[in-house]
Write a protein that binds this ligand. Sequence first.
Ligand code: NZQ
Ligand code: ZN
Length: 395
Amino acid sequence: MNNFTFHVSTDIRFGKERLGELPDVLNTFGKNVLLVYGGGSIKKNGLYDTIMAQLTANHNKVTELSGVDPNPRIETVGEGAQLCRDNHIDVILAVGGGSVIDCSKVIAGAAFSELAPWDLVLNRNYQGPAIPLVTILTLAATGSEMNRGAVISNLTTKKKLGVHGPHFLPQVSFLDPTTTFSVSRYQTAAGSADIMSHLIENYFSATPQTDVQDGVAEGLLKAVIKNLPIALDTPDDYDARANLMWASTLALNGLTGSGKGGAWSCHPMEHELSAFYDITHGVGLAILTPRWMLHVLNEETAPKLARFAREVFGVQESVPEMAARMGIQKLYDFFASCGIPMTLPEVGIKDDQHFEEMAKQAVAFSSISQQAYVPLSVDDVIAIYQDAQTPSNYL
Ligand code: NZQ
Ligand code: ZN
């Protein structure tokens, strides 16, 4: 195991009816609040009214930024940063999924920075100050509620890039599973695929002897596999939603990645799908992950892939390569059974005209060609995209 520092100080307020604590939480930072949310789901499910009642009673001065898109845009970051400066914002309250939280993180930094918002993203590691951030998570998926990362899209230049910053870490995050009862089947499945992908990306690392991280990842993967079908059948099943929500947070707060080296493989490839075609992040990952697993399956990787198959999906096969293939098939079938479209044409990517450009960007903007579990060249990435054009069978 490698050396690491694990210091993730977000104050998590998990459970039902915790929003009564919101005024006290906000008052530790100041009265001027920027309320950031997306396309209106919080108005439909009543959360907006609940929050506004708290803020009004608490005499907060509220400025609103609504309409944050899934795959949040750099233009929205610029708009939010200007609102912060004009209104002397003390604290940002992000209410939504990963897109709203990510957008809020970069707004929080851009409000203070001399850099233009896209230059701040291009910096990839923003060390400057940021306005304090409080989140109310409404979708179990990204883990943004308890990490220092954000992902922003520039559709003009067809780029979607991650940026990290020590001060992007939310100060407080409210995790009330009942706020996710209204998430659609599609977004519930996509969010869970994203959680699983974060665990899988960390799991497949060349660093040896990481039994703690790998065991935790296997347990969280099994929790998602058990609870996602329940949440799809019964959207208001509290415990299923609670397990997915807590899995989302733990999958990407450093718990299963600390102490491991290397670089993620599927996320850089997926970010290009979203940058070029604006598709749902978790769906892109579900499509790519089994194809990537097959692409990197060889004598050296078969034992770890077989362990994944046995521990996560209960595969009994003793021959490593066969067990690995059975695990990949089970992962593919699980995603398909949850209603996730499993080919690129089904999400509107009908031809391969941009594959080369996307593959070049995936390699240029990450270290997959040097540090991934199995290093991937531009040609490898193109082959994985090509394979994703048709349904797959791994047995
Ligand atoms: O915009 P609204 O109306 O709120 O609707 C959203 C949106 O349409 C809807 N939704 C959210 N909560 C809901 C709800 N609908 C009904 N009821 C609710 N309670 O769901 C749709 C998708 O929301 P979004 O925030 O885009 O989803 P997600 O949480 O999956 O975030 C995806 C973004 O996060 C990035 C992705 O790349 C993508 O841009 N990621 C961020 C990471 C991070 N910061 O650590 C890591 C991830 O790997 C990922 O890259
Ligand atoms: Zn992700």
